[in-house]
Design a protein around this ligand. Structure first.
Ligand SMILES: N[C@@H](CCC(=O)N[C@@H](CS)C(=O)NCC(=O)O)C(=O)O
Length: 223
């Protein structure tokens, strides 16, 4: 039996969604975040040494890292679903977006969150202007331009096709959901990006997405 070690409000929501799309049976083991630090609890490190979510176990197999979990589930149980055939332009785009989501889209989103925390951190009053100055500089010179360039790029890609890999919905769309939901919550994905907003509405309307939210519990990406 596949067991999803599910941390609330986290990337493991994508794994629940994929399993619902594939119609596979699975169990969910739930983990709550520390309300102060938002870190995962130490029990998760007993499943995988990094103690991050998502991680799945399937018999004696343990797989961590969202993209690797998606590939494992498609390889093992996909029967060709939700992944374009090898050697096609759609498959190349599928692989690109599967990696882009965590490799390129998430780093500036995470940096934005970290530097917002730095800006509002409790520090002695005389250090505050220096801390704020550094946070503002990093945000304006690196984080904001990268976020904007990426959003423009993703918007332009959806001008050419309905889903990230092509005309068909695929697991690359599932993988892309977390960065784009995070961008909508905290990083400027707004009416300037109508195709991305429409893509978000379309994924949120999918019955399997809704079932996965029902299973995973309240899903709110920190804004
Ligand atoms: N690139 C990894 C990122 C894993 C990750 O950072 N997960 C977050 C949840 S969204 C986590 O476990 N945070 C809690 C913690 O770091 O303690 C993946 O996609 O699986």
């Amino acid at each position: 039996m596949i067991v999803v070690h599910h941390l609330e409000n986290s990337r493991s929501q994508r794994v629940l969604w994929l399993l619902e799309e594939l119609g596979l049976p699975y169990e969910v083991k739930r983990y709550a975040r520390d309300p102060k630090t938002m870190y995962a609890p130490p029990e998760l490190a007993r499943v995988h040494p990094l103690g991050k979510s998502p991680v799945i176990t399937d018999g004696d197999v343990t797989v961590a890292e969202s993209g690797a979990i998606i590939e494992y589930l498609l390889d093992t149980y996909g029967q060709g679903r939700l992944r374009p055939p090898a050697g096609t332009p759609e498959r190349r785009r599928f692989t690109y977006w599967l990696h882009f989501a965590e490799g390129s889209a998430m780093p500036p989103l995470l940096m934005k969150l970290v530097f917002e925390k730095v800006r509002s951190a409790k520090v002695p009053f005389f250090v505050k202007p220096v801390v704020k100055g550094i946070a503002d500089k990093v945000t304006s010179s690196f984080i904001a331009p990268n976020l904007e360039r990426q959003l423009q790029f993703m918007e332009s890609e959806l001008a050419a096709r309905e889903w990230f890999a092509g005309a068909e919905f695929s697991a690359a769309d599932i993988q892309m959901s977390f960065p784009l939901e995070a961008a909508a919550a905290r990083a400027g994905l707004d009416a300037r990006y109508p195709r991305l907003a429409d893509w978000l509405s379309r994924i949120h309307a999918r019955p399997a997405y809704r079932r996965a939210v029902g299973v995973g519990g309240p899903y709110r990406i920190a804004g």
